[in-house]
Unconditional design. Structure first.
Length: 420
């Protein structure tokens, strides 16, 4: 599905003319498409059903994009939420996601956050526990509140996926998840289990995964440990991490949803269901795959700067708005809004006082001049949510193309009065 195309030499996103939009709204801004977001979610959900997975629950990873309107769209389609803070918990509830569809991940849950979650009317699907110290705190907190907490162990499967080292999480040297020996050692100890109940097991080995071999190995490990602990598990949680094709070279490697679901179905059948009477449901925690391609970032050229052989195209968006290129060296396509022949090699840079504030080096683009528009593609995930006020810049506007091409401001731009 190509939702970006030129019509009369003008770039359209989800059938919206970007140039006329930029006449009404101050750049830079994020632009999202309800249609793409819904399609991505439904493709995932239908894929899980078609592969015959048991009662799948898809918990959207809120950290990838916690915008309330976007989460509401997903909630209406049946999505749950994977949260990592009290703020995300509040947002998920406000967007209409019930507690029983929420999993609470993260290595650093505070007592305040645990109390907040335990005091809700319904029970969370689970606290996904990352250490025995955390489990002890959840148990003690539940005891104090005269409650019972549903918990899930996040297993550290000790596998190395092929992805960027900063977004890889499933190895011994990473802070995430519990080793098998620690999980087994906790069983039966009152300080962990007097006010908690083990209802699930999870793995999450990293993000932007394009090769599913490590995923498969992690799922086998998940099944092995889940069988060993002999608890009446209600679910197996496969985490998130499914990648997208940011670069054209990644397109042929991109795992298809049906293949991904098949791998899960076959691995669980062979390594769990065929060896147990239990029929735990399958929980997912996808973020990027659902929302990355549902958003673009629209910027305006401020000026060109020529330094000998280098042409710098200086744009009004910066690394404070969209951080992935500067943080991970991530590639994102840059596309001019006016269709023209790419004839010039240039570096597209932001106004922030950091050398890493660069959206693309040595890119072939048409000659761009002051006032021309340029978009950065696939910025729906880990975009606005990772942004900051660095250099005391206001956070940008967020716009949504709703069904029938209606436009909605879903987050106002900050102006000077907001920067207090
Ligand atoms: C970040 C994260 C996810 C989502 O990862 P994506 O790559 O966006 O799918 C899921 N689960 C956990 C525990 C995470 O930390």
């Amino acid at each position: 599905m190509n939702e970006l195309n030129y019509k009369n030499k003008k770039l359209h996103f989800s059938k919206i003319d970007i140039e006329s939009l930029a006449k009404k709204h101050k750049t830079p801004f994020f632009l999202y498409s309800e249609e793409i977001l819904s399609n991505n979610y439904l493709q995932f959900a239908v894929g899980a059903e078609s592969a015959g997975l048991i009662d799948p629950l898809i918990c959207f990873a809120m950290k990838s994009n916690p915008n309330k309107d976007l989460v509401k769209i997903l909630a209406k389609l049946g999505s749950g939420a994977d949260i990592v803070s009290g703020g995300e918990l509040k947002r998920a509830l406000e967007a209409g996601i019930p507690p029983e569809k929420i999993v609470f991940s993260g290595v650093g849950k505070t007592e305040e956050e645990i109390v907040y979650a335990l005091k809700l009317k319904g029970h969370l699907n689970s606290f996904n526990v990352e250490s025995l110290e955390e489990l002890e705190l959840i148990n003690a907190t539940a005891k104090k509140l005269k409650k019972s907490a549903r918990v899930c162990f996040r297993l550290n499967p000790v596998v190395k996926p092929k992805t960027h080292k900063f977004i890889s999480t499933g190895n011994k040297t990473h802070k995430f998840g519990l080793l098998e020996q620690d999980i087994l050692q906790s069983m039966g100890q009152n300080k962990y289990w007097s006010h908690t109940r083990l209802v699930g097991m999870s793995v999450h080995i990293g993000s932007q995964l394009l090769d599913l071999n490590a995923t498969k190995r992690a799922l086998v490990r998940l099944c092995e440990v889940a069988l060993k602990i002999q608890a009446p598990l209600e679910f197996l949680d496969v985490g998130g991490g499914l990648g997208v094709d940011y670069h054209p070279d990644e397109t042929h490697k991109l795992p298809r949803i049906d293949n991904y679901m098949q791998i899960i179905a076959m691995t669980f059948e062979k390594h769990f269901y065929s060896k147990s009477k239990l029929r735990p449901r399958v929980v997912f925690e996808p973020g990027r795959r659902i929302v990355a391609k549902a958003g673009i970032f629209v910027m305006k050229v401020l000026r060109n700067k020529i330094s000998e052989n280098n042409t710098f195209v200086i744009v009004d968006g910066g690394m404070n708005d969209f951080m992935r290129p500067s943080l991970y060296g991530a590639y994102h396509a840059l596309i001019p809004v006016k269709e023209a022949k790419a004839e010039k090699e240039c570096h597209v840079v932001g106004p922030i006082c950091e050398t890493s504030d660069c959206f693309g080096s040595n890119r072939m683009l048409p000659a761009l001049k002051t006032g021309d528009l340029l978009i950065l593609k696939d910025t729906g995930a880990y975009g606005y949510s990772m942004g900051s006020n660095y250099n005391l810049r206001g956070r940008p506007l967020e716009l949504l193309v709703e069904k029938k091409q209606k436009l909605k401001v879903i987050n106002k731009a900050q102006d000077y009065s907001d920067l207090t």
